[in-house]
Design a protein around this ligand. Structure first.
Ligand code: SF4
Ligand code: SF4
Length: 281
């Protein structure tokens, strides 16, 4: 279990606890203001991640102190965790509505409206979360291309997530002043600011999933399709064996490689049952 499970989930998976999506948490004025500011100032997130790029140029001892400080600061406000699709489905089972909005990261990195982010709510039609978004005047979130907030059924949301998996995107839940979870995003390391911070700048702003992947060498035919979609550089190819291997110390447990394998050779296992990865978050 990651530290959020202990702190916000009473020893269970914190992102599967309905209370962490509750409208009660959204009654907090400070949290509402945080969300409104976050959504209405997309350039601020890009600026912060841009600044993190400078960390790699600092002396090692400064990086050693600064990196955990920045990561811990982020845990209080906006932190994520990789979640495989079967757990996204569990979340869609207990939330009351799913609202698709344009992605703040891609607004910055690609410069166009891309709908990869999903607000999840315990109230109909997006509840207070959608209300906050509707009240801020940001055209990248509310149109014209998005035609406003799109309210999806559970089935529609899941079908979209499966499509995102085929694109090679990994699912991540996000807090807005922890532990409130307001959304699930679909990320890649090229366009997603959080993945850039975590993978490129080495300042973690997301936990790994509660799972790690393993390849069954009997089923694997060495096609290497899975290697094309791993965002975390956790896979290697053995030319001698003509098989792919996963370095479970690097694996984030997203399961995107599994979706790309037409031999069903990849399985996700509970992280806690895999000794080399059990304590790596
Ligand atoms: S996609 Fe499947 S069969 Fe192909 S290399 Fe990866 S694990 Fe092996
Ligand atoms: S090897 Fe791990 S990190 Fe890479 S795609 Fe598969 S599950 Fe995700």
């Amino acid at each position: 279990m990651c530290e959020f499970c202990h702190r916000h989930g009473e020893g269970k998976k914190w992102y599967l606890q309905a209370k962490n999506y509750s409208e009660d948490l959204l009654s907090d004025i400070k949290r509402r203001k945080y969300i409104a500011d976050f959504m209405s100032q997309p350039e601020r997130a890009a600026h912060v991640v841009g600044q993190l790029g400078g960390i790699n140029r600092l002396p090692v001892f400064v990086q050693t102190v600064l990196t955990p400080y920045l990561s811990n600061r982020q845990k209080r406000v906006h932190f994520g965790q990789v979640v495989p699709i079967e757990e996204c489905e569990q979340i869609f089972d207990f939330v009351t509505s799913v609202v698709r909005v344009a992605c703040l990261c891609r607004h910055n990195t690609v410069g166009t409206e891309q709908r990869y982010c999903y607000g999840v709510s315990m109230a109909p039609r997006g509840g207070k979360l959608a209300q906050i978004i509707r009240e801020i005047d940001v055209n990248y979130l509310t149109g014209p291309d998005t035609a406003g907030l799109e309210i999806l059924s559970k089935e529609e949301a899941l079908a979209s997530f499966r499509e995102h998996e085929r694109e090679g995107l990994c699912h991540t839940v996000w807090t807005f002043i922890s532990p409130f979870i307001g959304g699930i995003c679909n990320c890649d390391r090229t366009d997603c600011l959080a993945m850039r911070a975590t993978m490129t700048n080495k300042v973690p702003v997301m936990f790994r999933a509660e799972f790690v992947a393993e390849v069954n060498p009997v089923l694997c035919n060495g096609c290497r399709q899975c290697m094309c979609v791993c965002q975390f550089k956790a896979m290697g190819y053995s030319a001698a064996n003509k098989k792919v291997l996963i370095d479970q110390r690097l694996c984030y447990g997203c399961g995107i490689c599994r979706a790309s394998c037409n031999k069903d050779a990849i399985t996700l296992y509970n992280r806690s049952a895999v000794p080399v990865a059990a304590t790596i978050w």
